[in-house]
Design a protein around this ligand. Structure first.
Ligand code: AMP
Length: 432
C-alpha cells in the first residue's frame, strides 16, 4: 500500500506496535472501565448532569488560550498538527476548554441558568510515559456553569468522592486549597515574583522563563516546587475568598468528608480561581492523583462568552481502575448461570444448521450462547466450554438433529438430560 507522500512507514518486519504511551486494554480491565463509566453516568443523572460528547480535536488556539500558554500541557504536551486546510489543530489534552467552547458557541447561558454537563472522553498528552501516565488516557469530567456559590464547589467534590466510593475505592486522600480571586492573587503574585527573581539561578529552565509570566506555576513545577515552596511568601486570601473557602469546608464536613488543607496545591492549569482540590490514592505510587478540579470563574469570559462562574473536575479513569485492582483484585469471574456453550458432536451440515438456529432463538430470549467452530474436535470444544464460564453445554450432532433433541450437559456437576429444543428454551430462559 502506498502511504501519503512524506509519511514514514514504521512497518517493521511485517508487524506494527502500539505507539509509545498508548496501549490496548483487555478483559478483566475493560469490564472495570465500563463499570466505572456506568457509575459515573448513574450518579451524573442523580446530580442533574447531562452528557456532552466533545470533538477529539479542536483549534489548537482554544487550549492555548483556555489552558494557558505557560502550562506544561500547552508548552510541551499537546499533539498539534496542521490539517489539509493549513489549520492548526490539537488532539484534546483535557475536556474543560472544549466544554466551555461548546457552552459559549451554543449560547447555553441563555437556555439554562444553572447548566451542568459531564463527558467521558479520551485525552492526549505527550508526557513521558510511565506507570499510570499515558499519552492517551480516559477522563470523566463534570462542569457546573452559572453558580458562583461554595455549595456548587462542595457538590462537585462530594460527587467525585461518591463515584470513587461506589466504585469500591476505600483508601483516598482529599486535598483542598483556595488560590483566591484575581484581587487577592495579584499582590501575592508580585511578592512571589520578587522571591523567584532572587532565587532565579536555582530554578529550572522552564521556571526561569515563566517566573514573570506565571509565577504561581513555579509552585507546581515538578523540578522546583520544593525549593520554591520553602521560600514562597504565605498566601493571604481576601475576606470574600476566605468566607467562600470556609463554607466549602463546612459543607464537606456536613457530608462526613475528611480533607487536608494543602496550601501548596495550585494545580497545573491557569484558569482556576478560589477552590482547588485533588483526590489521590496512596496505593498508586508516584502518579497517585486520581482526580483534580476546582473553580474557574474567568474561563467562560476568556473564551468569548459572558462572565459566568463555573466549577468542575476531571477524574482519570485509567488510574482509578488501577487503584481498584491494587486495593482489591477482582475475584475470578462468576459462573455464567444462564449461559450455554454449543458443542457439535459428529454433526453434519443439517445438524449444524439445527444447532445454529437454536442458539439464535436462545440469544433472542436473552440467554448467552457461546460457540467455537464446528470443525474443532469435541475435546477442544469441551475445553473451550469449560473456559467460557458457561454452566451448560448444548451437545448437538446428527443423532440429536434426526430426533429433534438436545443433550444438555451441566458443566458443573456433569449431569445431563436429553430435552426438546422447547424444554431447553424454558430451562435456560427462566432464571433458576
Ligand atoms: P488534569 O486534567 O491534569 O487535572 O488530570 C485529571 C486526572 O486525569 C488526574 O488526576 C489523573 O488521574 C488523570 N491523568 C492526567 N494525566 C494523565 C496521564 N498522562 N495518564 C493517565 N491519567 C492521567
Amino acid at each position: 500500500m502506498k502511504l501519503v507522500p512524506g509519511l514514514q512507514d514504521s512497518y517493521n518486519n511485517g508487524m506494527f506496535q502500539a505507539v509509545r504511551g498508548t496501549r490496548d486494554i483487555f478483559s478483566p480491565l475493560v469490564e472495570e472501565y465500563v463499570r466505572l463509566e456506568a457509575i459515573a453516568r448513574r450518579l451524573a443523572a442523580q446530580w442533574g448532569f447531562g452528557e456532552i460528547r466533545i470533538p477529539t480535536f479542536e483549534e489548537a488556539g482554544l487550549f492555548k488560550r483556555g489552558v494557558g500558554e505557560t502550562t506544561d500541557i500547552v508548552e510541551k504536551e499537546m499533539y498539534v498538527f496542521e490539517d489539509r486546510g493549513e489549520r492548526q489543530l490539537a488532539l484534546r489534552p483535557e475536556g474543560t476548554a472544549s466544554v466551555v467552547r461548546s457552552y459559549v458557541e451554543n449560547n447555553m447561558h441563555q437556555k439554562e441558568k444553572n447548566c451542568r454537563l459531564f463527558y467521558v472522553a479520551n485525552m492526549f498528552r505527550a508526557e513521558r510515559p510511565q506507570a499510570g501516565r499515558y499519552r492517551e488516557f480516559e477522563q470523566v469530567g463534570f462542569e457546573v456553569f452559572g453558580d458562583p456559590g461554595p455549595l456548587a464547589d462542595a457538590e462537585i467534590i462530594t460527587l467525585a468522592w461518591e463515584i470513587f466510593k461506589s466504585f469500591g475505592l476505600s483508601d483516598l486522600r482529599l486535598s483542598l486549597n483556595s488560590i483566591g480571586c484575581p484581587e487577592c492573587r495579584g499582590p501575592y503574585r508580585e511578592k512571589l515574583e520578587t522571591v523567584l527573581a532572587q532565587m532565579i539561578s536555582q530554578l529550572c529552565e522552564d521556571c526561569q522563563n515563566r517566573h514573570q509570566k506565571n509565577p504561581l506555576r513555579c509552585l507546581d513545577c515538578k523540578k522546583c516546587s520544593e525549593k520554591v515552596r520553602a521560600q514562597a511568601p504565605a498566601f493571604q486570601l481576601c475576606a470574600a475568598c476566605q468566607a467562600h473557602a470556609r463554607i466549602v469546608e463546612d459543607l464537606l464536613g456536613a457530608c462526613g468528608l475528611t480533607f487536608v488543607n494543602d496550601p501548596s496545591l495550585v494545580r497545573g492549569l491557569d484558569y482556576y480561581t478560589r477552590t482547588v482540590f485533588e483526590i489521590s490514592s496512596p496505593v498508586l505510587g508516584s502518579q497517585s492523583a486520581v482526580c483534580g478540579g476546582g473553580r474557574y470563574d474567568g474561563l467562560v469570559e476568556l473564551l468569548g462568552g459572558p462572565a459566568t462562574p463555573a466549577t468542575g473536575f476531571a477524574l482519570g479513569v485509567d488510574r482509578v481502575v488501577e487503584a481498584r485492582f491494587k486495593e482489591k483484585p477482582p475475584a475470578s469471574p462468576p459462573l455464567k448461570e444462564q449461559a450455554a456453550f454449543l458443542v457439535f458432536v459428529k454433526a453434519g451440515p443439517k445438524a449444524v444448521e439445527y444447532g445454529f438456529g437454536l442458539a439464535q432463538r436462545l440469544r433472542q430470549k436473552g440467554v448467552s450462547v457461546f460457540c467455537s467452530s464446528a470443525t474443532d474436535s469435541i475435546k477442544s470444544q469441551m475445553r473451550q466450554a469449560g473456559k467460557s464460564g458457561a454452566k451448560y453445554a448444548l451437545m448437538i450432532g446428527d443423532d440429536e438433529f434426526s430426533k429433534k433433541q438436545v443433550l444438555l450437559k451441566n458443566l458443573q456437576d456433569s449431569s445431563q438430560a436429553t430435552l426438546s429444543p422447547e424444554e431447553v428454551m424454558t430451562r435456560l430462559a427462566s432464571p433458576c
